[in-house]
Design a protein around this ligand. Structure first.
Ligand SMILES: C[S@@+](CC[C@H](N)C(=O)[O-])C[C@H]1O[C@@H](n2cnc3c(N)ncnc32)[C@H](O)[C@@H]1O
Length: 247
């Protein structure tokens, strides 16, 4: 992205230490720019030395509530004005539930913690439901899904990336014809889109109406297979043309 303020902020950052893969900056900006200057809540799992909390503050602005989560108790000593730092593990369900209570609806969740499969999964299970109606869930460094020492491996049945692939089905579950084995769940109802990038998954939430197919235009040739909606559409178009003629 040629005009990415986050990239510029990262390039000139002189504050606390932070690490980001450079291509993440475009992905972040693509999904997070709508939150800039807004009152929103960002939770980042993985505080490290606190630099990314500073970056988010600069990028999102003074109205953002920024919560950092880390297992390392030394992070508690990072006194970053306007940022809350909670110490606990992202694989501890009780801790994550406490976090949910404290944070309220989360607009932006960035999972940049331990990157182990159990950590990615438990955090997703506990925190995705806490994402605001129009919020966004970002899991990064997903290359660990292919690494055995993180509990992953290529097509490993319990890798987070394999789980994410099954969520693509859930995104489409309203079209299921296999109700016994494949049906709408909370994810189908709340997730609007999933975006896969190198090492990153972004899931945007948005309440979606029940999918409805409409048709516009008139058939180009006699087609006995056209569904009734097309004949309705023809009638509707004729009605519109009539109205035009009356104007
Ligand atoms: C890659 S660093 C985070 C980098 C930081 N977000 C940045 O952009 O500079 C990963 C952090 O996750 C923390 N971490 C590791 N396992 C964790 C766990 N189970 N729960 C919470 N944090 C964890 C580590 O202590 C470390 O600070």
């Amino acid at each position: 992205m040629s005009d990415n303020p986050l990239q510029a902020m990262f390039a000139r950052h002189q504050g606390r230490l932070l690490t980001k893969w450079l291509h993440y900056l475009d992905v972040y900006h693509r999904y997070l720019q709508r939150f800039r200057g807004q009152a929103c809540t960002l939770v980042e799992i993985g505080v490290f030395h606190g630099g990314s909390l500073q970056l988010w503050r600069e990028y999102l602005g003074p109205q953002a509530r920024i919560i950092g989560v880390d297992i390392n108790p030394q992070c508690a000593g990072i006194d970053e004005p306007g940022c809350e730092i909670l110490i606990g593990s992202q694989s501890d369900r009780a801790f994550l539930r406490e976090l949910r209570t404290r944070s309220g609806a989360i607009d932006i969740l960035i999972d940049d913690g331990g990157h182990r499969m159990d950590q990615l999964m438990i955090s997703f299970q506990e925190l995705f439901p806490a994402i605001a109606e129009h919020g966004v869930y970002i899991a990064e460094d997903l290359h660990t899904c292919y690494w055995r020492e993180y509990g992953g491996g290529f097509r490993h049945p319990y890798s987070f990336i394999e789980f994410a692939k099954t969520q693509i089905d859930q995104l489409n579950a309203r079209h299921s014809r296999d109700a016994g084995s494949f049906s709408v769940d909370g994810f189908s109802r709340s997730a609007a889109s999933m975006h896969f990038y190198d090492s990153m998954l972004v899931i945007e939430k948005a309440p979606l109406p029940v999918p409805a197919q409409h048709a516009r235009g008139t058939p180009s040739y006699p087609d006995p297979n056209l569904k009734p909606m097309y004949s309705f559409n023809e009638r509707y178009n004729a009605h519109l043309r009539d109205q035009d003629l009356k104007r």
